[in-house]
Design a protein around this ligand. Structure first.
Ligand code: NAP
Length: 322
């Protein structure tokens, strides 16, 4: 059956991979690519031979309900990806992070309800699951965990606050209005950058390869290839029985373990040597994304994601060989 779908934040890192994944399936006859007004969508048209005819660009500030509505009109499915994604400290957390995340989500859901969209896939994050200091020790994190808002606010970790409040608002809206919503919770996404700008998760790898001692203490569970994050979103859109939250990570492990694996792949780079425990209490788990695995999902090895991201960072001039 032909599908017309909307992708918000279509020209960002994950949005571009999602758009590419949808283009590779001819059932998605038209993709409404919602992009921030004035931002550049040109790379989307290089992703597939049919991109010119199947992508329709809509300039949408996610806070402007009327423009959100125009992008979603006529769609059978919506992938709500757009949300400020930065781990830098904001000057005005409410205005820069929380409002666009929460009100943006509500605007997307309101329009989806109005146009009878059959399912909305919300791109949440592991940052709506962790940090959660009250999680039982010795138990690997799963989809039943929620980020502790007071813990984050007291430490001024505003990105997890924005993602958690946005997702809570989404579930409340879905319940009240009978809208079919599913959420995906990617860990740190890595892979080739299709877009021109450096995004926050690839910057984590860039900084690690440049010698940064940042442990990502509150922002880390594991990593996933960005193409898997895109494919998993399409899978949960297409699977009728899919419901609720889907953790999307190729394993849970310490950031120090990740750094070791990166250092093995790139021994010439000055990767910092971390203490063994960078995420106190984090229980390692290989098949942590059990709900996706149970749907038949197979993850790409993380070494591939690291290699492809690092090569892309170098090719685009974001990382220099030592
Ligand atoms: N990358 C990861 O590791 C990761 C992991 C888990 C979850 N996520 C989630 O995945 C989503 C995409 O992240 P990403 O990594 O692809 O980051 P990204 O490249 O920065 O993409 C974010 C997108 O949202 C758009 N956006 C932000 N504010 C907007 C607004 N007010 N109106 C319209 N568009 C707006 C951005 O547009 P402009 O750039 O043009 O402003 C951009 O296209 C976010 O919801 C993020 O929380 C990412």
């Amino acid at each position: 059956m032909a599908e017309v779908v909307c992708v918000t934040g279509a020209n960002g890192f994950i949005g571009s991979w999602l758009t590419r994944t949808l283009l590779e399936d001819s059932r998605y006859t038209s993709i409404h690519a919602s992009i921030f007004p004035g931002s550049d969508p040109s790379h989307l048209f290089t992703l597939h031979p049919d991109a010119q005819t199947r992508i329709k660009v809509f300039e949408v500030d996610i806070l402007d309900a009327a423009s959100v509505s125009r992008a979603i009109d006529g769609c059978t499915g919506v992938f709500h990806v757009a949300s400020p994604c930065t781990l830098e400290d904001p000057q005005d957390p409410q205005k820069e992070l929380v409002l666009p995340a929460v009100q943006g989500t509500l605007n997307v859901l309101e329009a989806s309800k109005r146009f009878n969209v059959k399912r909305v896939v919300v791109t949440s994050s592991i940052s709506a699951l962790v940090p959660n200091p009250n999680w039982p020790p010795n138990k690997p994190f799963d989809e039943s965990s929620w980020t502790d808002l007071e813990f984050c606010k007291s430490r001024e970790k505003w990105y997890p606050v924005s993602k958690t409040l946005a997702e809570k608002a989404a579930w409340e809206f879905a319940e009240k209005n009978g809208l079919d919503v599913v959420s995906i919770h990617p860990a740190t996404c890595l892979g080739p950058l299709l877009q021109a700008q450096l995004n926050a998760s690839c910057a984590v790898l860039q900084k690690l390869l440049q010698g940064s001692p940042d442990t990502q203490e509150h922002y880390w569970l594991g990593a996933v290839h960005v193409k898997d994050a895109a494919k998993a979103q399409v899978l949960i859109f297409e699977t009728p029985k899919a419901s609720g939250r889907y953790l999307c990570t190729n394993g849970i492990y310490q950031f120090s373990d990740f750094a070791k694996r990166v250092s093995r792949l790139y021994p010439d780079f000055p990767v910092h040597s971390f203490p063994t425990v960078t995420q106190p209490g984090l229980m390692a788990c290989e098949n942590a994304a059990k709900r996706l695995i149970d749907l038949g999902f197979v993850f790409t090895p993380i070494e591939d994601a690291v290699r492809e991201a690092a090569e892309s960072l170098m090719a685009k001039g974001f990382l220099k060989k030592p």
